[in-house]
Design a binder for this molecule. Structure first.
Ligand SMILES: C[S@@+](CC[C@H](N)C(=O)[O-])C[C@H]1O[C@@H](n2cnc3c(N)ncnc32)[C@H](O)[C@@H]1O
Length: 243
């Protein structure tokens, strides 16, 4: 299936992944070796899960880890609510069936730090979009990232946009001997396990993303203080929450 067809399949699935980010995820999924393994941390209602399911070759194992506990669902949503949790789980399951990928994906309904034993072996493609607070994001990058094989890739959503995720990246990846920063599509950063890279230039390329991060944080502060309402009163369009 082409990317355009895969993107069409998720137009009605809620989520925060842009088309450019969907394309990057699709390309990473399609590049995963036959018999390889993809692990996604944070699936919400299945938008990214479906793109992965439609991109990967038939022999690729796809594991989606999401507790659907209502916590950390999206921007400024940290606390868990029972109703949202069960709605997300029901919508996730139904959306995967509609897209025809439910038999391709194994859902591990668990918090990522408790799910390691439920997923076997090395990972070819890791997609991190779970809890965005510093400690959780850092644990995902460090502990799940350690399982990505040489040459494998780790994609991280909300990089250089969420403060927690960005601090976790700076702590774990800025001077990493294993992971090389490749590129990003807005907040979706692509890293590759590449033990031979120059750490200096790798750090410099990540530090070069910080002005964009500062702009995102500034915009989030202004939106939180009511910039949207002010612009609406002036008849001006409201910038969207950056991701
Ligand atoms: C931003 S959403 C993911 C969006 C999804 N990737 C998409 O494209 O639509 C974050 C998800 O992370 C899940 N989550 C929260 N804490 C988690 C944790 N500790 N481990 C795994 N997933 C978690 C939430 O249940 C939520 O569904």
């Amino acid at each position: 299936m082409s990317f355009d067809e895969a993107w069409q399949a998720v137009t009605d699935v809620e989520g925060w992944m842009t088309e450019g980010q969907g394309r990057a995820l699709y390309q990473a999924g399609a590049a995963c070796p036959a018999e390889g393994r993809i692990v996604e941390i944070g699936s919400f209602r299945g938008r990214s899960t479906i793109v992965l399911g439609l991109s990967a070759a038939p022999g690729v194992e796809i594991v989606a880890v999401d507790p659907h506990a209502g916590n950390d669902r999206g921007p400024r949503e940290f606390d868990g609510f029972e109703q949202e949790a069960s709605d997300d789980h029901a919508r996730f399951t139904a959306n995967l069936v509609t897209a025809g990928v439910s038999d391709r994906v194994t859902h591990v309904r668990q918090f990522s730090d408790r799910a390691h034993k439920m997923v076997g072996g090395e990972i070819d493609l890791l997609y991190i979009d779970g809890a965005h607070r510093y400690r959780s994001a850092r644990a995902d990058i460090r502990d799940w990232g350690a399982r990505v094989r040489p040459g494998g890739r780790m994609l991280i959503h909300d990089s250089f946009s969420s403060i927690g995720v960005t601090l976790a990246i700076l702590r774990e990846l800025l001077l990493s001997k294993r992971f090389r920063y490749v590129a990003r599509s807005r907040s979706l950063a692509i890293y590759e396990v590449s033990p031979d890279h120059s750490r200096g230039s790798n750090a410099a390329r990540q530090l070069a993303q910080l002005p964009w991060f500062a702009k995102n944080v500034g915009l989030k502060v202004l939106l939180s203080l009511g910039l949207g309402k002010l612009l609406a009163k002036l008849g001006r369009p409201t910038p969207e929450w950056p991701y």
